[in-house]
Design a binder for this molecule. Structure first.
Ligand code: AMP
Ligand code: MG
Length: 418
């Protein structure tokens, strides 16, 4: 049995970033870019009108912002005419159209006076723009970025805005770290599918869907492999199938029972044990190993079958591994830990730290942690609504209300007042 910190350190040592892959832009949303995106052209690609109005020559406006100009061409967004604006002329122009040669600024249509706002090519417009500045309402070519500029550095996440910039820069495919593929295998001869009515002695496979949801929430690509009974041959075949993925997450079969076959079957399949059993409650039986091949490796997590143990171990061990595989530097990802004041007493265990479900609140008096009712490793009800895990150190006895404790704030759980 090892300490939690040592176990986490081993996971961080073994997990490695996946091999980058070139994928279509929309397949990369949310992923980390491995290579910077450089602009294939300028943005804007030409001087662009930023208002609906009249494209004018700066010099044609009098000092008070007035001018009487002949409209020589109409330009909507997308129109190009090749007609130049000579002194005394202007173009009727809409937002998004390229500024015609000779023009330097746009006077908004609201500044056309005496009913001349409707003037089109062949007509005349009278302008009065008291706030006229030379060059106004024009986005100059290459002011956002120029051809060859880095618009998104390596290491950045492809956010919605990043998708927009990438398209603007002409990128259709990008090099990213793919989402880790995570095979999920529920072991136990007592298990029945989630939609079945369990008979006496049978249990619905709740861990399978729960872990699938956890993998999705962690940005992984779940590969559900269903249920396998506690039979060595069947388990061996299922683990071998799972090893095609980057990660195999098993639930059940890692404790000390007669049919807890996961460690031995994994060893048979060439998975090297890294640790088995961590000083932790819930989750003590957790098992971790690595299967190395020529072209890479698969990490194998044997999570205990009890649902609360499975989920706590997923959050403490599997999530950091998935983050590292997706490009977060080792040590760069962790669930935030905060100091909080207990709102009610909580009892620690003698032999190992407890990670118990709690509510977390930010109040005027600081952060509070309210222990949630929790009957142990088979009880998920508290965890389903818990924003945090209360860390109760081994041998701390009963901690009274008002005591300061450490809380692990769970990812994706909104804390009121935060
Ligand atoms: P094990 O870790 O295999 O000894 O299982 C511990 C407890 O968790 C037993 O009561 C199992 O029935 C239960 N369990 C195991 N796997 C699952 C699962 N996939 N869904 C729900 N409960 C499970
Ligand atoms: Mg079992």
């Amino acid at each position: 049995m090892i300490e939690l910190a040592a176990a986490l350190a081993r996971v961080e040592e073994v997990a490695a970033a996946l091999r980058p892959r070139r994928v279509p832009l929309m397949a990369a949303v949310g992923r980390t870019l491995v290579a910077a995106i450089e602009a294939a052209g300028d943005s804007p690609p030409w001087d662009r009108a930023m208002m609906d109005g009249f494209a004018v020559r700066n010099a044609d406006l009098a000092a008070d912002g007035t001018a009487i100009l002949d409209v020589v061409v109409d330009l909507a967004a997308g129109d190009v005419s090749g007609i130049s604006i000579a002194p005394g002329g202007c173009a009727r122009i809409m937002t998004g159209a390229p500024l015609p040669p000779g023009a330097d600024a746009v006077v908004p249509v609201e500044c056309a006076v005496e009913g001349t706002a409707e003037a089109h090519a062949g007509g005349q417009v009278r302008l009065c723009d008291r706030r006229f500045r030379p060059g106004q309402h024009v986005a100059r070519r290459a002011t956002a970025f120029g051809r060859g500029d880095t618009v998104l550095p390596a290491g950045s996440r492809l956010s919605p805005a990043a998708v927009g910039v990438a398209v603007e820069a002409g990128a259709t495919h990008v090099l990213v770290l793919p989402p880790p593929r995570v095979a999920i295998l529920s072991t136990g001869s007592e298990l029945v599918p989630p939609d079945a009515e369990p008979g006496f002695g049978q249990t619905r496979n709740s861990n399978g869907p729960m872990l699938r949801a956890a993998v999705l929430a962690a940005g992984g690509d779940p590969v559900p492999l269903g249920i396998v009974g506690d039979r060595p041959e069947a388990l061996r075949a299922a683990v071998a199938q799972g090893l095609a993925a980057d990660v195999v997450v098993l639930s059940g079969g890692v404790s000390a029972g007669d049919l807890d076959l996961v460690p031995i079957v994994c060893a048979d399949c060439g998975v090297e044990e890294v640790f088995h059993k961590v000083r932790l409650k819930p989750g003590k039986p957790v098992w971790f190993g690595c299967h190395r091949r020529g072209d890479g490796q698969s990490l194998v997590f044997g999570l205990p079958g009890n649902p609360a143990s499975s989920l706590v171990c997923f959050e403490l061990f599997v999530r950091p591994a998935l983050a590292i595989m997706a490009g977060v530097p080792a040590g760069g990802w962790h669930l935030p830990r905060v100091a909080a004041v207990l709102t009610a007493s909580a009892r620690a265990a003698a032999d190992r730290p407890i990670y118990a479900p709690c509510r977390v609140r930010r109040t005027s008096g600081g952060i509070t942690a309210e222990p949630l009712p929790w009957s142990g490793s088979a009880d998920l009800v508290g965890l389903a609504v818990a924003e945090g895990l209360l860390v109760l150190p081994a041998g701390a006895g009963t901690l009274a209300a008002g005591a300061t404790v450490e809380v692990v704030v769970r990812d994706g759980h909104r804390v009121e007042g935060w």
